[in-house]
Design a protein. Sequence first.
Length: 692
Amino acid sequence: MAQTHPFYSPATHGFVRVAAATPVVHPADPKANADEHIRLIGQAAEQGVDLIVFPELSLSGYALDDLHMQGALLDEVERQALRLADATEDVAITVVVGAPVRHAERLYNCAVVVAGGRVIAVVPKTYLPNYREYYEKRWFAPAADDLSSDVPLMLGDEVVPFGTDLLFEAENRPGFVFGVEICEDFWAPLPPSTRQAMAGARILLNLSASNIVIGKADERAMLCASQSARAMAAYVFTASGWGESTTDLAWDGQATVHELGAKLVEGERFGLNGALTICDVDVDRIGQDRLRNGTFADCARRELGTAGFDRVLFEAREAAPTDLIRPLDRFPFVPDDPARLDRDCYEAFNIQVQGLMKRMVATGSKTVVIGISGGLDSTQALLVACRAFDRLELPRAGIRAYTMPGFATSDETKSNAWALMKALGVTGEEIDIRPAAQGMLADIGHPAAYGQPVHDITYENVQAGLRTDYLFRLANQHSGFVIGTGDLSELALGWATYGVGDHMSHYGVNSGVAKTLIRHLIRWVADRQLVGADATPVLQAILDTEISPELVPAKDGQIQSTEATVGPYALNDFFLFHVSRYGMAPSKIAYLAHQAWKDAATGHWPSGTPVDDKVEYDIETIVFWLRKFIVRFFQTSQFKRSALPNGPKVVTGGSLSPRGDWRAPSDVSARVWLDELDAHVPVRGASTKDPT
């Protein structure tokens, strides 16, 4: 199907396209400034922008000093504000510009909000700086001092809402609600935008002049990030740039957009041309985060009381198919930025290590027991154990590691397991589980015990269960406890043998770490030689090994593939992150996955991403695996998570422990999620039949 369906529009999924404009400034020339505004508004409209914000006093220029009090200038500002409004009549875009506005015999530093060809409201600045280089109280009245709210503001022939108690809401786009503050307002201990957010604004705009001095750009960015995090909102900031008077000051035109504490985009500073800094902000995600954060609502009730905001309504543009403009991680558990990935690996590894250390100290254990398969998860768990023993100053001989070959264990993984145990200096042993498995299969009358090639779930779980059974009895024998190796992704998919199988342990060090991050953690430990240099070659060999449970013999030279059964872990971890962290609807997850994975040639890949993972997925493939994920996650696997052993939480929203982030009944249907997906994703042949 051609990508003309509303599904392919960001607006359908709760995104609002915002632009922070940095026009060339023409001091004391409102017509030239309006011309520049109209030019940038036209560019923004062509790029599908829903909301554009200009700097403080952008129609007049900020650094005018006493010229702000000149009647001729103020008359021209008003004429140009109305002209600008007329110019927006045919473009479905909401515009916020800065202007000096006269009202009730006072002059205010204001944000003028324009939509649908008319000025729909004016918001005055609350806090006026009057220190160091600032002298705003010489010209402007602060909004807090306005004692004439009953006097209507007239712009042209219309009465226009005026005040700081205004929020702006799109009638046709749920969640598209914004509030406005001006420059100094967000430097105050309690910015107006805090109350705006608690009253329902999900996008906060700051029109700023804010001259530049060394270090100030970092301070502004810090305030934007912190306000977007604390107010649980998107924060759009734009400051005056080239063209402002440099009589005593200079200007850099900083423009940034932050969302929930994270920077989405920043513009060029010290540019000489008018520019737009554009990105899509996720108001749906903001709403979901506020919904699950009770503290936000409690604070709003406490601080706002009965004080309300008036809603000014406007019409936003209709949904139109286009690519998403915002950072979107293909691997949400693995940052693209090398510095952040290094930090995340440092924190994740040390969380795992300290979790295990505390359990050992609390139980007085000097011995742990762990099964080593030669795969990623058991390798990571063993690295954690080694580091924990080192930090507790215990000999690694107390780590009793066992490789337990079964019917389909390959020579490669078995040799990797032995090489790893030897390189790390742990107590390594081998137990061949095949005789015991053969006996159990015979005892229950399974056909495989009599030479028939029946490699069903029973055949697999006999092996998996025996391995765990041996480990628990070995822990009894050696006065230790069993370290679980299963990871977060396997818990999400129910990819574990319940009870006596690999589902159970005394402490699961990997239970908070996604499969896609495990690979990078192993490489990070190897690169820093945190457990010694001798293990590096075998760790690299393990990283190059295909993920497989090795419970069923190879067929036609092909080993049993985990991802052929449950789907690519790259996609499953993407699904998991957006379901568990944000509670997103399946159709939105499918849209985001398609945006992230439809073109392998674009975007960034985390350092160390295997070549085999640098692939593309079309919408049909994404929906196929997403349906399977939905059934596994919501319907068939929760009973396993309801009986999880202890293990440390590692990432925000990434614990599936019934005592932590994810608490759900074990016996529900996946119907509502499947129906939502099928109702909104335009995939030919999408079925509403329950695949279970």
